[in-house]
Design a protein around this ligand. Structure first.
Ligand code: IPM
Ligand code: MG
Length: 348
């Protein structure tokens, strides 16, 4: 088990420390860790947010643990040198096209949700976000219109093979759960979405046990706060998935609780919290490491087939929340280290 450890920027550094303590507490045999720079940290040290050594390491490892990237001191750099490009580049280089973002209510955390407790209690969703295409990776640029006005553009597109492969991941995910799949698109306006919808319908023939439904993204955003309990698995494109997963996180109480797995065709994956580098609180030791630790659990499950250890880790995070050891994001005052200590204590 060779794991590439890329803490990145801001709170990424702090939460990674706790994630590695959890891995140590699990005492898994045959684990090898290799560290590398990514994001703003890498830019300042090596002149590029995604140095080639980091790419080589990430591609040779069995799994990548990724903290966060984003550094305000890089905001005025050319786009290809900005920290965010590092995670996009890694997702593309590793061909991790399927991003699983589970959003599940932790018992006892209902009051932290922006929703009414009785509605919040019903949340148990997996968002399957396509990660290698869409407007994120299309042609983009700045140009001048015929009238000499500045114009920015980003092309949105999916070809059918890209939609088909994410559809299979989504249907398989639904097969392992409640067998309901909601495909979110904007087919009333976008051709990209019309193709998306057509391919979802075609692929559904291979999964007769799964009930497929479709929803426009604006309605999905509304339904997510009105009645989130109606969703089991949601599959959507890169941009809509980015937005809906942040929204889902606040429905379960805090973005500090949501983990993600980015997977390709094999077992190799990139695991990261869905939150960013949070420069406003970086260095204060108050970030919630739970999402990073839950990402470790996802790595154990998806890359190493260690379901028992994954469940143990998730149970430890849930137990610590249930005991009221809450970070600042959840209205408590436990520090990053105190939350890490409590989770490690649960595990041992
Ligand atoms: C996410 C983030 C990234 C994204 C950024 C940092 C490029 O918001 O993982 O959700 O937009 O995918
Ligand atoms: Mg996002």
């Amino acid at each position: 088990m060779h794991i590439a450890v890329l803490p990145g920027d801001g709170i990424g550094q702090e939460i990674m420390v706790e994630a590695l303590r959890v891995l140590e507490a699990l005492a898994l045999p045959g684990m090898q860790l290799s560290h590398a720079d990514v994001g703003g940290v890498a830019y300042h040290k090596h002149g590029h947010p995604l140095p080639s050594e980091t790419v080589v390491l990430a591609k040779s490892a069995d799994a990548v643990l990724f903290g966060a990237v984003g550094d305000p001191s890089c905001d005025n750099l050319e786009r290809h040198l900005r920290p965010e490009q590092a995670v996009l580049g890694l997702r593309k280089e590793m061909q991790t096209f399927a991003n699983l973002r589970p959003a599940k209510m932790f018992p006892g955390m209902e009051d932290a949700s922006g929703l009414k407790p009785e509605i919040a209690r019903t949340i148990d969703i997996v968002i399957v976000r396509e990660l290698n295409g869409d407007v994120y990776f299309g042609q983009k640029g700045m140009r001048k219109t015929a009238d000499g006005l500045r114009e920015g553009y980003d092309i949105m597109s999916y070809d059918e093979s890209e939609v088909r492969r994410i559809a299979h991941v989504a249907f398989k995910t639904a097969m392992g759960r409640g067998r309901r799949l909601c495909s979110v698109d904007k087919a009333n306006v976008l051709e990209t979405s019309q193709l998306w919808r057509d391919v979802m319908v075609e692929t559904s023939a291979d999964y007769p046990e799964v009930e497929l439904s479709h929803m426009y993204v604006d309605n999905a955003a509304m339904q997510l706060v009105r009645n989130p309990g109606q969703f089991d698995v949601v599959v959507t494109g890169n941009l809509f998935g980015d937005i809906l997963s942040d929204q889902a996180s606040m429905c379960v109480g805090s973005i500090g609780l949501l983990a993600s797995a980015s997977l390709g065709e094999g077992t190799k994956g990139l695991y990261e919290p869905i939150h960013g580098s949070a420069p406003d609180i970086a260095g204060q030791g108050i970030a919630n490491p739970s999402a990073m630790i839950l990402s470790v659990a996802m790595m154990l499950r998806h890359s190493f087939g260690m379901e028992t250890e994954a469940v143990r880790t998730e149970a430890a995070v849930a137990a610590v929340l249930a005991k009221g050891v809450l970070g600042h994001d959840l209205g408590g005052n436990a520090s990053t280290t105190e939350i890490g200590d409590a989770i490690v204590a649960e595990l041992s």
